[in-house]
Design a protein around this ligand. Structure first.
Ligand SMILES: [Zn+2]
Length: 278
């Protein structure tokens, strides 16, 4: 699933090409992709509007429009947004095309048909409940520690909870916990001040690094120009199985389920019970 670094990359790369463009038409190949309002209203209200900005909140893309409304897109598990010349034939798995002036089209590709679009007046109706943005300056170690306080859920589950912190999913939660040397099943409230500070640092480091590599193309993620990101080549534990050894200590990486999510970690570097000796 595209997580913060992938969605941030898409936002950055779309910005250059679509701001100021007018929406001239929409074709839907899968009506279920429009969550709100009705398909007819969605299309009629969008056509003719200019795109005035693109922002990211958590894993959501927010396109602002001249009317003051916003088009919000969530790519879910397998979605990507591809920019193509207007004359391009829709390829496989294209669920929607937004035609822009200047001979451009924005194609919503989504093999599993889970991605969603909304057209709203108030963006908070969709993104208002999200937790803090981990790369904002206002997200400090103290804020993280305060939010961990009294939380009994496993830290892996908390990191993937979009109301706890926005934008992190399975891959980057595993990478951040490995970098911070914290076992994924530790409860939020069990983390010491030092561990909370380490985790804060690791979250930012892992996300910034992945943005630098333009996201991770583990599955079906593509950048708007159709190329892949390379952040997954830097993964230390996420999706590493089959006798892969910890790059720090050489212990085989293990996989467990945490709240039904496949979770990769090093049992030596991320001990469950003992306080970290380092
Ligand atoms: Zn290790």
């Amino acid at each position: 699933m595209p997580e913060l670094p992938e969605v941030e990359t898409i936002k950055n790369e779309l910005l250059l090409h679509i701001i100021g463009h007018r929406i001239t038409g929409i074709t839907l190949f899968w009506n279920g992709i429009v969550r709100q309002p009705s398909v007819e209203e969605f299309c009629s209200r969008l056509i003719g509007q200019k795109l005035t900005g693109v922002a990211r909140r958590g894993k959501y893309l927010i396109f602002s429009l001249t009317s003051g409304e916003a088009l919000i897109i969530h790519l879910k598990m397998t979605g990507s947004l591809l920019l193509k010349p207007a004359s391009t034939e829709p390829g496989k798995f294209i669920r929607a095309i937004i035609y822009l002036d200047k001979e451009t089209q924005l194609c919503f590709r989504d093999p599993r048909k889970l991605g969603v679009m909304w057209l709203v007046v108030d963006t908070n109706s969709i993104v208002g409940k999200l937790g803090p943005e981990p790369l904002e300056i206002s997200f400090t170690p103290q804020i993280l520690l305060k939010r961990l306080n009294n939380r009994t859920a496993p830290i892996k589950a908390l990191l993937c909870d979009q109301t706890f912190i926005a934008g992190i999913g399975n891959m980057y939660a595993d990478e951040a916990l490995f970098a911070a040397r914290i076992h994924p099943l530790r409860s939020g409230k069990s983390l010491s001040q030092d561990e909370g500070e380490r985790l804060h640092h690791s979250i930012q480091e892992v996300l910034f690094s992945a943005i630098g590599y333009k996201g991770a193309s583990v599955d079906t993620y593509f950048r708007p120009n159709g190329t892949t990101g390379t952040a997954h080549f830097e993964f230390k534990v996420a999706h590493r199985l089959g006798g892969i050894l910890c790059p720090v200590c050489g212990t085989p990486i293990e996989r467990i389920l945490v709240r039904n999510r496949g979770t990769y970690f090093c049992p030596h570097c991320q001990p469950q019970n003992q306080p970290d000796p380092r």
